[in-house]
Design a protein around this ligand. Structure first.
Ligand code: ASP
Ligand code: MG
Length: 436
C-alpha cells in the first residue's frame, strides 16, 4: 500500500483533477488523500466569519459565488450528461447544507461542518470522474476513521482499527480515496486537523496502514535549499532525513505540514515530495538517514515575536526557567527559540493569541519587552552544530546583518538566527551565495 496526498493546487481545476486521475491509474494498491480545491477552504473560512458576525447577506453572496465556481468545474470535468447531472446534484446538496447554516445560530460546531465541505466535494469529484472513465475506486469517508482524542491529538489506535476495517471491506479493490484535513473529535463531532492538515492525514493513515511510502504531491518539485519565493535558482533537495525535514517544514518551507513528519519518522515510513506538474522529477525523499553531511538548506519563518524578560535578582536563580516556561504552557503557546544571559532570557513565539496575558504574567518576574516583525532564519543540515567551521561560514555571510538572537547547538541539525524581517531577504541572499 502506498499513500498519495494531493494538495489544493493539485486538484485546483477540472484539468488538474484529470491529471491526478492519470497519476493514480496504476495497478499498485493505494490510498489517495485529497485536500479541498485550492481557495475553497479560505472561502469557507470567510463565510464562517461572516456568519459569526451575523452578516448573513455577505455570507450568502460568497456561498453563491463559490457554488457557481463549482458548477463550472463540473461542466469542464465530466463529458457525459449522466455525470454532469451527478456532479451538479453533489454540489447542490453540499451547498444546501452550507446555506442551511445561514438560517440558525452559528457556533463552532457549524463552523467545523462548513470547513469540512471542501474535502468532501473534491474527493467525490475525483471518485465520479474515475467512475465516468471506468476506473474502479472506493471512496472511504475520513469521518469514519479519522479521530482526535480529548487533547485534540490524533487517536492512532482508533484510526488504525477503523481504516483497516474500511479497506479490508473491499478486498478486491486497489484504489481508495479519502478526505484529508477532516476528522471527528473525541465526542464524535465533525472537526479538523487545522489548516494545512491534509498532509498530517496522509502521514497518519500511512502509519495506520503501514504503507510502503507516503507521497505528498504539490506544485513544486520537493523541498528546496532556499526559499524559492525570494531567491532565484534554488535547487530541490533529493535526500534528507526526517529531522532535517521537520526543521525545514517548521521553519518556513511551506510545502509540508510540520506535524506530518513525526508519525512517519516513528514508523520509519519514507515520505516522498512530488510535483504534479512534473511527475517525472525525483522530488525529495525523506527517510531515516541523511546521505550527506554539512549544510543543506535555509528556510525562514516570519511574523515572529520576541519576548525579553530581564531581572536583577530572581533571574536564573533555580526554578526561574520553570516559572517562565509554565506561563507559556498555561497559555498553550509553543516557544521557538530561546537564549539566556545572566540577567535576561529571550524567547520567541509565533502564536501571539495570548501575548498580552503572557506578558502580564511574566511581569511578576522582571521587566518584559516585546519586539515584533522578526524572522527566524533556520540553517539546516547534518552535524552542522558539531563540526568545525560552519559557525564562521554562517556568521561571515551575515556580517552586514544585525542579528537579534542566535540558537546554536540545540540540535545537530540546525542553527537558528533571529533578525528583523526587513533584513530577511538580504540575509537569505547572502547565506545562499556563501553556503551553496
Ligand atoms: N483544505 C485544508 C486547508 O486549506 C487542508 C489542506 O489543504 O491541507 O487548510
Ligand atoms: Mg498544504
Amino acid at each position: 500500500m502506498i499513500v498519495l496526498k494531493f494538495g489544493g493546487t493539485s486538484v485546483g481545476s477540472a484539468e488538474r483533477i484529470k491529471a491526478v486521475a492519470k497519476l493514480v491509474d496504476t495497478t499498485d494498491k493505494k490510498l489517495v488523500v485529497l485536500s479541498a480545491m485550492s481557495g475553497t477552504t479560505n472561502k469557507l473560512v470567510d463565510i464562517a466569519n461572516y456568519l459569526y458576525k451575523k452578516n448573513n447577506e455577505a455570507a450568502s453572496e460568497l456561498i453563491l459565488a463559490l457554488e457557481q465556481n463549482y458548477f463550472k468545474v463540473i461542466d469542464e470535468l465530466f463529458k457525459t450528461e449522466l455525470y454532469k447531472q451527478k456532479g451538479k446534484e453533489l454540489i447542490v446538496s453540499h451547498f444546501k447544507s452550507i446555506k442551511s447554516f445561514t438560517q440558525d445560530l452559528f457556533t463552532l460546531f457549524e463552523e467545523k461542518s462548513i470547513l469540512a465541505q471542501g474535502e468532501l466535494i473534491s474527493t467525490a469529484l475525483l471518485h465520479f470522474y474515475l467512475n465516468e472513465n471506468n476506473i474502479n475506486s472506493v471512496l472511504i469517508p475520513a469521518l469514519n476513521f479519522m479521530r482526535t482524542d480529548k487533547d485534540g491529538e490524533p487517536d492512532l489506535f482508533y484510526i488504525k482499527e477503523n481504516i483497516q476495517r474500511e479497506i479490508n471491506a473491499n478486498p478486491k479493490d486497489t484504489l481508495f480515496i479519502t478526505q484529508g484535513f477532516i476528522a471527528r473529535n473525541a465526542f464524535g463531532e465533525i472537526d479538523n486537523l487545522k489548516r494545512g492538515g491534509s498532509d498530517y492525514t496522509a502521514s497518519l493513515v500511512g502509519v495506520a496502514l503501514q504503507a510502503k511510502e507516503i507521497q505528498i504531491w504539490t506544485d513544486i518539485d520537493g523541498m528546496h535549499n532556499n526559499d524559492p519565493r525570494i531567491i532565484e535558482n534554488t535547487k530541490s533537495l533529493t535526500n534528507i532525513s526526517f529531522e532535517e525535514a521537520a526543521e525545514l517544514a517548521y521553519f518556513g518551507a511551506k510545502i509540508l505540514h510540520p506535524a506530518s513528519v513525526h508519525p512517519a519518522k516513528i514508523a520509519n515510513i519514507p515520505v516522498r515530495l512530488k510535483n504534479t506538474m512534473k511527475p517525472e522529477a525525483f522530488g525529495t525523499l525523506i527517510t531515516g538517514k541523511s546521505n550527506e553531511k554539512g549544510i543543506k538548506a535555509i528556510a525562514a519563518k516570519d511574523d515572529i515575536t520576541a519576548i525579553k524578560i530581564k531581572s536583577g535578582r530572581m533571574l536564573l536563580a533555580h526554578g526561574f526557567m520553570r516559572k517562565v516556561f509554565e506561563i507559556f504552557e498555561i497559555y498553550k503557546t509553543p516557544i521557538d527559540m530561546i537564549t539566556t544571559s545572566e540577567v535576561a532570557v529571550s524567547i520567541t513565539i509565533d502564536d501571539t493569541k495570548y501575548l498580552t496575558d503572557i506578558v502580564d504574567e511574566l511581569k511578576k518576574y522582571g521587566t518584559v519587552e516585546t519586539e515584533t516583525n522578526l524572522s527566524i532564519i533556520c540553517i539546516v543540515g547534518d552535524f552542522i552544530a558539531e563540526s568545525k567551521g560552519y559557525a564562521v561560514t554562517i556568521f561571515k555571510a551575515l556580517e552586514n546583518i544585525p542579528i537579534r538572537m542566535i540558537s546554536y547547538g540545540g540540535s545537530r541539525h540546525n542553527v537558528s538566527i533571529l533578525v528583523e524581517s526587513k533584513h530577511k531577504k538580504d540575509a537569505l541572499t547572502s547565506l545562499n551565495s556563501t553556503l551553496f
